[in-house]
Design a protein around this ligand. Structure first.
Ligand code: NAP
Length: 357
């Protein structure tokens, strides 16, 4: 076991954490995966069951672990940003405080996101507070409450106290495999398209004109994982915040038809109105249960696989959003993914794993 590469991934059952844990293991790291209900679906991952909000259980669960690297890919969704701040800063603070006396941690990576530039959900890119695009790490914090800022500040304070280096990673919409997590646009669109196919419905664009017509990018969960590991192991990249996206741009007006073709459904583009998916998909709960039983799928409960509320927020934004990748590129991070491959490789995987028909 390498004593230099002992990773603790907080949130290893999520979309960022699961893909990060898998890549760390592939690269030879000893990898612990912490969450409240760890899954056993990543070969080689050492599960740690703990609630980051419960310091007593957290201390007990971590008593024999001396990580050199800690990666935060956790968040909890709350009703207000004030509550998001209280809860999500505690997730970071508690873990770093429990580990502090051991002095084993050399680097901490924190995953936040483009809401750093766009504002939190309850002020999300609303008219009147439109951010500059492409979003750049040079942009100052917005004058709005945002749990990402508080999580960053927790990392900075602990780094000053304990002497570790840090990196912050700001993905756009993440595309990748995860089941039962809070935000997964790829799986949501796969479920929606599968229902359209089975029920003979058109595949209707749910979002805004700006998102349909504008330029977009997304972040493959494996590109995010590559950047986190790159920053943790590249001295010039440490104590910096980085945007992270695939490296190409696309328009939904083109990709929608390609996704429709993959599933064999009829695409319908922006027709002058937003058609939120959340309300529509809920009416197909029973239809999904039937599809799942007929095709022998793993999850008959659609809510386990689809998270339409988040897809609606992303695709309904009143502006186009794309990401400036120059900062990490200049320092040597060159990983790239064609966005079409991100979606189609995910759909292939979901079919293989019997998540969609
Ligand atoms: N998903 C996206 O499209 C997206 C896009 C941009 C930015 N982001 C940001 O990326 C960050 C990571 O999000 P994600 O989407 O990767 O998360 P996720 O898929 O929802 O996973 C969250 C992870 O945290 C764990 N967790 C939650 N509460 C916990 C607690 N109290 N104690 C221990 N573990 C806990 C969950 O497992 P258990 O439930 O088993 O505890 C899960 O493993 C967030 O800041 C998010 O805003 C996400």
């Amino acid at each position: 076991m390498s004593k230099d590469k002992i990773a603790l991934v907080a949130g290893a059952s999520g979309i960022s954490g699961g893909n990060l844990a898998a890549l760390l293991i592939e690269k030879g790291w000893t990898t612990y995966g912490l969450s409240r209900s760890p899954k056993n679906d990543i070969k080689g991952l050492i599960p740690v069951a703990a609630d980051l909000l419960d310091v007593v259980s957290l201390t007990a669960a971590l008593k024999d672990i001396q990580p050199t690297h800690v990666f935060f890919t956790t968040w909890m969704r709350n009703d207000t940003e004030a509550e998001n701040i209280r809860v999500n800063s505690a997730l970071v603070r508690n873990l770093l405080e429990v580990l502090s006396p051991r002095r084993s941690v050399r680097h901490v990576g924190l995953v936040t996101g483009l809401k750093h530039y766009l504002g939190p959900f309850d002020a999300y890119a609303k008219a009147g507070a439109l951010p500059l695009t492409p979003v750049s790490e040079e942009h100052p914090r917005l004058p709005l409450d945002n749990f990402y800022y508080n999580q960053e500040d927790e990392v900075y304070a602990a780094a000053a106290r304990d002497g570790f280096t840090w990196s912050i990673h700001r993905p756009h919409t993440i595309v990748g495999k995860a089941v039962g997590n809070a935000m997964n646009m790829g799986s949501t669109l796969a479920v929606y398209a599968s229902i359209c196919k089975q029920e003979g419905l058109p595949f209707v664009w749910p979002g805004s004109a700006a998102q349909w017509n504008g330029i977009s990018d997304v972040t493959d969960a494996r590109i995010l994982a590559e950047q986190i590991i790159w920053a943790a192991t590249t001295p010039e990249a440490q104590n910096e915040a980085f945007n992270v996206a695939n490296g190409d741009v696309f328009r939904w007006s083109a990709l929608w038809g390609e996704i429709a073709a993959y599933f064999g459904v009829e695409p319908v583009g922006f027709d002058g109105a937003i058609h939120p998916l959340d309300e529509r998909l809920k009416t197909y709960d029973k239809a999904w249960e039937k599809i799942a039983k007929e095709h022998g799928l793993v999850h008959t409960d659609m809510a386990k696989v689809a998270s339409a509320w988040h897809t609606d927020l992303d695709l309904g934004r009143p502006i186009e959003v794309m990401t400036d990748m120059s900062k990490s590129r200049k320092l040597g991070f060159t990983a790239y993914k064609h966005t079409r491959d991100s979606f189609f490789e995910l759909f292939d995987q979901l079919r293989k794993d019997r998540i969609i028909p």
